[in-house]
Design a protein around this ligand. Sequence first.
Ligand SMILES: *Cc1c(COP(=O)(O)O)cnc(C)c1O
Length: 969
Amino acid sequence: MPPTVAGFTARHIGTDAAAQATMLAAVGYASVDELVKAAVPASIHVDPRATSDIPAAATEAEALAELRELASQNRTARPMIGLGYYDTFTPSVIARNVLENPSWYTAYTPYQPEISQGRLEALINFQTMVTDLTGLATANASMLDESTAVVEGMLVARRASKSTSDVFLVDADALPQTRALLEHRAAALGIELQVVDFARQPGVEPAHRDETPATLPDAFGAFVQYPGASGRVWDPSDVVAAVHSAGGLVVAAADLLALTLLRSPGSFGADVAVGTTQRFGVPLGFGGPHAGYMAVRAGLERQLPGRLVGVSQDAVGHSAYRLSLQTREQHIRREKATSNICTAQVLLAVMAAMYAVYHGPDGLRAIAEDVATKTETLAAQLRGYGLTLVSDAFFDTLRVVVPGTADRVIERARALGYQLLRVDDATVGVSVDETTTAADLAAVATAFGLPDDGAPVDPEGAVPLASVPADLHRQDEYLQHPVFRMHRSETAMMRYLKALADRDYALDRGMIPLGSCTMKLNAATEMAAVSWPEFSRVHPFAPADDVIGYLAMIEQLETWLAEVTGYDTVSLQPNAGSQGELAGLLAIRGYHRANGDLERTVCLIPSSAHGTNAASAVLAGMKVVVVACDEAGNVDLDDLRAKIAAHADTLAALMITYPSTHGVYEHDVLEITQAVHDAGGQVYVDGANLNALLGYARFGDLGGDVSHLNLHKTFAIPHGGGGPGVGPVAAKAHLAPHLPSHPFAQRDDHAGGYTFEGGAISAAPYGSAGILPISWAYVRMMGGDGLRDATAAAVLSANYVAARLRRHFPVLYTGESGLVAHECILDLRPLREETGVTVDDVAKRLIDYGFHAPTMSFPVAGTLMVEPTESEDLAELDRFVEAMIAIKAEAIAVGAGEWPADDNPLVNAPHTAEAVVVEEWEHPYSRETAVYPVRALIRTKYWPPVRRIDQAYGDRNLVCACPPIEAFA
Ligand SMILES: *Cc1c(COP(=O)(O)O)cnc(C)c1O
């Protein structure tokens, strides 16, 4: 026999046939297929041929070649469209050491702060950068994009305002995509938007000062764009004062690069500042992913959505970082939720923060001055040629008046390799960025009709911000913390990034057995194309003809995802699972309303649901009614029927997760969905657990009308330390008209030939398109069979862990066959009863054994949820099982009084090197037990940088910006 070269599936799946045989023996089944068929209820099995349209698996080389071919169909024009998206130089040291480094991109959300100090420091740098530049007190880390951040800002204003008005004022010069999002989201919440031309308000712009002062309508808040979408730089102070005097709050979207030169939103009184950090070194990626930001003035910090990194201290009083105001997102409070953001944009926030660390305040200012100077130069050329600009006060964007010839100008520019913005047939927009050269300016000038005399446009003598009134020029300092000075050479930067990465535990060290999050392999081949300029340097509003490769890839991926889920069509626009939920629920809302069922607003949600479900329902304007679960963890059918009966005329939807967040395949799922349909409701199936189903059953066949998927769970997009994500929404045909559209969408039709007409849900038409090559490559290299094999291997691994640990920790829920799905919940409550050892102690002790803890106390308090995924090999699974068994024995010793309850390896975990390198060792267990409980650790030890972190201390003493260096001395 010739040697066989292992295909990608065998590289992706950690267990080979021999290992699987061993595991099957432990579980008690003869084959993997038999096991999965026993676990998945027979009534929902699909014929494997259902995945037939997915091409047979490509090799890694073939997939890369196909991606090269797709990439070559994108035209890498120079994007000068602006509207919140700018080309940027990603410093190579950041591209290589963050974006392309698994130590950063395979990390999980920092819920376990002791093993996350590196990324938490990076994120606190991000928060400091944002608070400094915006002039506000507290920033989070991070938002999904600028437009969703504006919506969140509107919601903060509504919560915090004392005004009873339902009106929110929107700047007429807002980004068009932001206006589209505001309209869609406000409608669902009963908020009335009023678009106001703030330029016509008193004192806004010198040209208008002589006009009669208009008064602003009564409102709970107002949104201003600064600088405006048109590029206009203006002074919002008077608008802010007027809104404040009526009891409203002001949300300002501000460009961070402009803020290095212009007065900060905080200085003119804005309550909330939002925006994007894309142009801080994060590639365009045809729309994302990029980190949005939000900062608030003092007094509003407890209203912030998203994650907030703060400083606390560890068990011995050392400063340490953690997520503040609750370990989990403070706002996802089920039906009382105010925001649904879960997965954010951590990896991109890290990149943007490091761009600021690398350039420092003077470097950023120099970049901004260069951009402003180049813009001024181009403006002078155009004006010299007799052209008029819409505004003479600008930073980086010009609006040029070209009556009747906009299309001609844009076509000429395009022929020269430049993308400009068509505002209307008489106006063209041009945006300059750090990558723009003098030759670019000259070429653009010729597109406007200036003679092409071959001379580059000379910035000599141009003064940045020449027409911006002096009182709008920034005077105060920013980024004065030493971190923005200390790492300016490439050597220092490389070492800083390495030092931070070394403090963290990511998939490049070992297993991250997180229930509900599917921390599977993010293969290097899948990641490769993300960095290619044909994918990374593409503006989201580029003309369709310039993005043919992207559109082809998107169409294929939509089609594949529709097929594997049993739906008719898919939108890739939502940029996280939470946003997919919202898009799906808003589609349901739109459908009911189109049918005249205005009163259908009740959303039934089982008590076991993920927190985002209820939060999304609230944000979709629905009323959440909780359905009980029975002792087996399944939806309580009697309670469901009772709730359906009680809300018969008002039922909008049921949101159900399949398999459930309890990790079991509910047998009654078809009965459940039928009951909802009989009552006129729609069924939303939360697809985050698709890794337990792919190739074996399909949501569409279970009675689902709509689902979101998490490509950052099931489809191999890395977790990035808490983002990015992609949360496509997949639906049946009747909901298709209500799926998200976008004002700048390059294409109207989607998988299956459907046209979407619902409101926008992300700032970019295809959301975080820049990372779609990852999921595309995953499906392409697995093929239909490989996807099915991955599911089987994942289910086998979970059942193997359950089978081996069951004697030590009860497995809380199983299906009728006694099997779990792709994850299992270990019940640690009996252990606590018996020994006093808590789930926290076990989680922290796992760090000493070289593991990331499983999901803690979700969905059931006092439990650990383990999802091993298909990618871990048997040796790693066994290492985990044995660690858990050893920790159990330690707990028993505590219970038996061998170690005191307040001084044992569990309560003292995790142990740092410092903890054991002490003159006098005073604990009743040895140093070896503390840090080398298993001999293999002597060579492979991960040393946590801090001891257990005091959560309450950090909330009492809220510090969310870089602490002084001495704090770590
Ligand atoms: C992860 C998850 C979500 C939310 O997805 P995000 O991308 O984090 O917004 C929703 N439901 C379930 C069951 C999940 O596991």
